[in-house]
Design a protein around this ligand. Structure first.
Ligand code: ZN
Ligand code: ZN
Length: 385
């Protein structure tokens, strides 16, 4: 018989509002992680701090078994909030615009529910409140290095998304993209424009590089993969009659898989270096590598889907398209079988047309109870599977 449980929905809403009003940037989640420590301790649990601003806690069931992890993230974004909410950010230029306030509050709700259900499951549930999701290299990578998944058999994550309130969407396989890019500084040789034979023109090289970079998506990866290589910035020169010393280009890249990322990254490197060499210029790179793709395990994704149906009803759950964004949950999903699902926080029909990372991004708080219910059910069902 599946255990029945009550969700402390109004507490979860209060916690979310408190966290929302006091956002902290990546790696600086001091007050937020203190808040989480304090709440978990008040539920009779014994939380730990694997890093300065992250928290984990193990909730042990009645007997031996596997360990399943649930993950939330604690950090906010460098944005000025424009929601007009009564509990809006009290910190200038910092805002919870990705729903991490909701993720943290929901996982606290899940902690409270599970701490009252320890007589009804075997094994253990590990809750991970990670720091620094928004800023590469990201907190997840650091937590994996700290060994937080060493005793974990599978992991679930829930992320707020712009979809119908309280609905869950799940996908098997690749669920997010890789996003990143680079700046390249092309070093030529400055000269008077009347004596081009004495110089190496980095403006011309940057133009050739730009054209060549645009062949990667059309020639080096499969046409149905929907990858992107975008030269969004070129800076060079001060005067029309001077050949400048350097030119700088900024390129963003997005791929649907880690393999394509390796291809696109290495083709871009070759094109920049070899085009420069052909004209007698050189290049230096500054890379911003994105997070890898999240690959949901088929079996664990099915458990997640079925658990969401059990928690919310069939009409609230669907197989979805995944996201074109990226999330460092990918590092957890590389270590153990994983399932990352999206929870609807409302759409334009609810007066919430704004996507994550927008200064007016907001959620319908009814979604929080659905999130807790789903998290608890996913953990229980995995342990019983
Ligand atoms: Zn985000
Ligand atoms: Zn996020």
């Amino acid at each position: 018989m599946a255990p029945q449980f009550e969700v402390p929905a109004s507490d979860v809403i209060d916690w979310r509002r408190h966290i929302h009003a006091h956002p902290e940037l990546s790696y600086k989640e001091h007050a937020t992680s203190d808040f989480v420590m304090e709440k978990l301790t008040s539920f009779g649990l014994s939380p730990e701090r694997p890093t300065e601003t992250s928290v984990t806690v193990l909730i042990q069931g009645r007997g031996p078994g596997r360990t399943v992890a649930l993950r939330a993230d604690l950090d906010a974004l460098p944005l000025q909030e424009e929601t007009g909410d009564s509990f809006a950010s009290t910190v200038d230029g910092v805002m919870h615009a990705c729903g991490h306030d909701a993720h943290t509050a929901m996982l606290l709700g899940t902690a409270r529910v599970l701490s009252g259900l320890t007589d009804s499951f075997d094994g253990a549930v590990k809750l991970i409140f990670q720091h620094a999701e928004e800023t590469p290299p990201g907190g997840a990578k650091e937590l994996v290095a700290q060994g937080v998944l060493e005793d974990v058999d599978a992991i679930f994550g829930v992320h707020m998304a712009n979809q119908a309130t309280g609905t869950i969407s799940v996908r098997k396989g690749v669920t997010s993209t890789v996003a990143g890019g680079f700046f390249a500084t092309i070093k030529g040789q400055g000269s008077h424009a009347s004596m081009p034979q004495n110089g190496v023109d980095p403006v011309l090289v940057a133009a050739q590089v730009t054209v060549a970079l645009n062949t990667i998506v059309s020639r080096s990866v499969a046409p149905d993969h929907m990858n992107v290589v975008n030269v969004g910035m070129i800076r060079a020169g001060e005067a029309p009659n001077v050949i400048p010393d350097t030119a700088r280009i900024g390129v963003s890249m997005r791929t649907v898989g880690d393999e394509d990322w390796e291809v696109v990254r290495s083709r871009a490197t070759d094109i920049v270096e070899n085009t420069c060499a052909a004209y007698g210029a050189t290049a230096t790179f500054e890379w911003a590598d994105g997070y890898p793709v999240i690959v949901n395990d088929d079996h664990v994704a099915q458990i997640g889907y079925d658990a969401a149906v059990q928690a919310l009803g069939e009409d609230k759950v669907s197989w979805g398209p995944g996201t074109s964004a990226s999330d460092d949950f990918a590092y957890f999903a590389r270590e153990v079988p994983a399932c990352f699902v999206f929870l609807g926080g409302g759409t334009a029909e609810d007066g919430l047309p704004y996507m994550n990372h927008h200064p007016k991004f907001d959620i319908k708080e009814e979604a929080l109870e659905a999130g807790v219910r789903t998290e608890v059910q996913m953990a229980l069902n995995y342990l019983a599977s």
